[in-house]
Ligand binder design. Sequence first.
Ligand code: CMP
Length: 136
Amino acid sequence: SQQRTLVIAKPDAVRRGLVGEIIGRIERKAGWTLTALELRTLDRATLEQHYAEHVGRDFYAPLLEFMSSGPSVVMVVEGERVIEGVRVLAGATDPLKAGPGSIRGDFGTIVRENLVHASDSEESAEREIKIFFPER
Ligand code: CMP
């Protein structure tokens, strides 16, 4: 079924020049379309909303520090089974546990700096798209 999801190429991906690689993998999937895309340095207020579920975790403060450390590329991708699909492309949260062939598995080592965010459910996708692209 047709879905939409929020994808972020995180600051480490921008710094390392991996944005093209990440977008290229998404673009090549059959029937998926980029419907919003912006290079943006995320501010703390936006990140606090986005990562509300992680408040109180030991990784929360360093996560916000990292995510605001430079520009990210924020995008909306639409298409067939795109929510689970982008998470499969991304691989497991810990890059060392992500399979080869996934973005994190191929390029990541650090858990925090895991290159990409992808919404984990339809509810998360709608919530997150509203935070980053309120006009949609
Ligand atoms: P993501 O799953 O996109 O969203 C939560 C982020 O928090 C995760 O990617 C990592 O960037 C970070 N994160 C999650 N767990 C840890 C951890 N144990 N240590 C450091 N960072 C983490």
